[in-house]
Design a binder for this molecule. Structure first.
Ligand code: 5RP
Length: 226
């Protein structure tokens, strides 16, 4: 799948021009884009970027990509990022890498979301990939119970909720010091309804559902963009 991801990353590069302000995504496909972007920057391309995670920030610095801190007036031209699933309406699940909070904040400042992904990410119905939900550590068990109750109320019988890292004896931590609950749902029939209900729970910071973004999908297989 690396060659498919590289095709998608290279196609995104064609959308970039001098003077652009970019959101820089997280994950293996976004990392391939960073590599390709850095080469263009070394060749004189004049852009600056806002990273969506500490990982991306470190990598961008290593590669010499100019970064900046957004202020209240910042509008990004594009964010270039991967996803774990995308449906035909451009709704996505993100956060497999645990960076969905930074990714969502940066995406919300961007005019367009350029999705770089291999074809395995295209789905008919969201939900086979466990939905990540970022949860504050304070009284997290109370929040997990509220998540379970919300899922039951919405008809997700048999859904499993797992705190990421628990099986290894220590919870995974996000860049903001929060925890991640992975929701094993199978099929998400009403992503908007689920997102709204989960986001209302005190203790939930955000979900990995990305809905309502102006998505420009660049989805590739090993032969190129499909
Ligand atoms: C990280 C993400 C990634 O974009 C998503 O997991 C896809 O990653 P990859 O390009 O490695 O398949 O949301 O939080």
């Amino acid at each position: 799948m690396t060659s498919a991801k590289r095709h998608a990353a290279n196609a995104a590069l064609e959308l970039i021009g001098d003077g652009m302000k970019l959101g820089l995504g997280t994950g293996s496909t976004a990392a391939l884009f960073l590599d390709a972007l850095a080469e263009k920057v070394r060749g004189g391309l004049d852009i600056e970027g806002v990273p969506t995670s500490q990982r991306t920030e470190e990598r961008a610095r290593e590669l010499g990509i100019p970064l900046f801190q957004p202020d209240e007036t910042t509008r990004l031209d594009l964010v270039i990022d991967g996803a774990d699933e995308i449906d035909a309406q451009g709704r996505m699940i993100k956060g497999g890498g645990g960076a969905m909070l930074g990714e969502k904040i940066v995406a919300s400042a961007a005019a367009k979301f350029v999705l770089v992904a291999d074809v395995s990410k295209r789905v008919g119905t969201l939900g086979r990939f466990p939905l990540p939900v970022e949860v504050v550590p304070f009284a997290y068990a109370t929040t997990i119970r509220a998540i379970r109750e919300t899922l039951t109320a919405l008809g997700y019988e048999g859904a499993k909720v797992e705190l990421r890292g628990a099986e290894g004896g220590g919870f995974a931590e996000t860049d903001s010091g929060n925890l991640i609950a992975d929701l094993h749902l199978g099929r998400i029939m009403e992503p908007e309804e689920l997102d709204a209900a989960l986001t209302l729970i005190p203790g939930v910071v955000t979900t990995g559902l990305f809905i309502g973004f102006d998505v420009h999908p660049l989805i590739a297989d090993e032969n190129g963009i499909t």
